[in-house]
Design a protein around this ligand. Structure first.
Ligand SMILES: *[C@@H]1O[C@H](CO)[C@@H](O)[C@H](O)[C@H]1NC(C)=O
Ligand SMILES: *[C@@H]1O[C@H](CO)[C@@H](O)[C@H](O)[C@H]1NC(C)=O
Ligand SMILES: *[C@@H]1O[C@H](CO)[C@@H](O)[C@H](O)[C@H]1NC(C)=O
Ligand SMILES: *[C@@H]1O[C@H](CO)[C@@H](O)[C@H](O)[C@H]1NC(C)=O
Ligand SMILES: *[C@@H]1O[C@H](CO)[C@@H](O)[C@H](O)[C@H]1NC(C)=O
Ligand SMILES: *[C@@H]1O[C@H](CO)[C@@H](O)[C@H](O)[C@H]1NC(C)=O
Length: 268
């Protein structure tokens, strides 16, 4: 012990803490989890959650708070909330909300506070997701709920641009964008960032590509929803055009062969 005075004092500290921990480890509390946010049709979402296994979870009072923020270009963000209190009966595990807007964007935050009455202990968590309702014209087509729309532009034979349109909304906070070719560690070069009120628009350029080749581009979108950082990946394919040179060697050969057969025909 003499050679490890720090270890000895650590042991003393741990031993002195042990009685404090005892009362708390006797109750095991855990929280319900948000399992999915499903688009029902063009105007409604269903939030689904599940409770922790009663064999493990000893909480006897669980409060659930759900906040849905609705946002859409040109509209103010609207909030929809639902609160539930559960004791022994935990039969409600979903909430469906219908909205006034069609095919709009949502951030869904699910918070809970699991407690055991008479014990000053609780477990409070918050989980958030983005969601989007389906198309008006076809309610079986429900676009992904990304915070930005990623498009290809100015596609040429050896270069193209990737344009990322981040929605300008208070529901989430932009953090970073990283655009690269799938499989290769080739990042796009950021050439411009502009904000026009509706969107925050970033343009990335890829050069030195091959003509008539299909590339998969991964756009990693990092943003914060309710102070939690999230990264979603939007994937798109870009096919470069054929070479802009007027004649490729193969084209010249075909042209030459056609000319030759024409000459041969004429000579008969
Ligand atoms: C969408 O589903 C919700 C919930 O089931 C329903 O109240 C609403 O009328 C539906 N809307 C449309 C346009 O079908
Ligand atoms: C649980 O609560 C739900 C909704 O309040 C109710 O419909 C159901 O009958 C209750 N079940 C039990 C076993 O009490
Ligand atoms: C959770 O509930 C307990 C008991 O009611 C309360 O003391 C605590 O402040 C709550 N925590 C949060 C983060 O809501
Ligand atoms: C709706 O979209 C689905 C899936 O893309 C498609 O199979 C279906 O034919 C579409 N329905 C209409 C009415 O366009
Ligand atoms: C912002 O840019 C987008 C994409 O270029 C365009 O569709 C939209 O009309 C612009 N909005 C404003 C207010 O200029
Ligand atoms: C995009 O690709 C990444 C990795 O290749 C994958 O993890 C992710 O699920 C894909 N995203 C979508 C929306 O398909």
């Amino acid at each position: 012990m003499d050679t490890h005075p720090q270890l000895a004092s650590l042991l003393v500290l741990l031993l002195s803490l042990a009685p404090l921990c005892h009362g708390q480890t006797s109750v095991y509390l855990t929280e319900p989890t948000l399992t999915s946010v499903v688009a029902v049709n063009s105007t409604a979402l269903t939030v689904n959650w599940q409770f922790a296994d009663a064999v493990i979870d000893q909480s006897d009072l669980i409060r659930v708070y759900i906040i849905i923020a609705e946002y859409f270009t040109g509209y103010n963000t609207a909030l929809y909330t639902a609160n539930y209190t559960f004791t022994t009966n935990k039969t409600i595990t979903s909430w469906t909300q219908n909205f006034p807007l069609v095919n709009a964007f949502y951030s869904v935050c699910f918070s809970s506070n699991s407690t055991k009455t008479n014990v000053t202990q609780f477990v409070a968590v918050s989980q958030c997701r983005l969601a989007r309702t389906c198309l008006r014209t076809n309610s079986s087509v429900c676009p992904s709920a990304l915070p930005a729309v990623v498009l290809a532009s100015s596609v040429a034979s050896t270069s193209f641009l990737i344009v990322v349109h981040w929605f300008n909304t208070s529901s989430f906070v932009y953090n970073t964008t990283s655009v690269q070719l799938a499989g290769a560690n080739t990042p796009g070069t950021l050439i411009s960032s502009v904000s026009n009120g509706t969107y925050f628009i970033q343009t990335f350029r890829f050069t030195d590509r091959q003509p008539r080749t299909t590339y998969t581009v991964n756009a990693m979108l990092t943003y914060a929803v309710a102070n939690q950082l999230r990264t979603d990946t939007s994937n798109l394919t870009v096919t470069t055009s054929r070479s802009s040179k007027p004649f490729l060697t193969s084209d010249l050969l075909i042209f030459g062969a056609a000319l030759l057969s024409l000459l041969l025909l004429k000579s008969h």
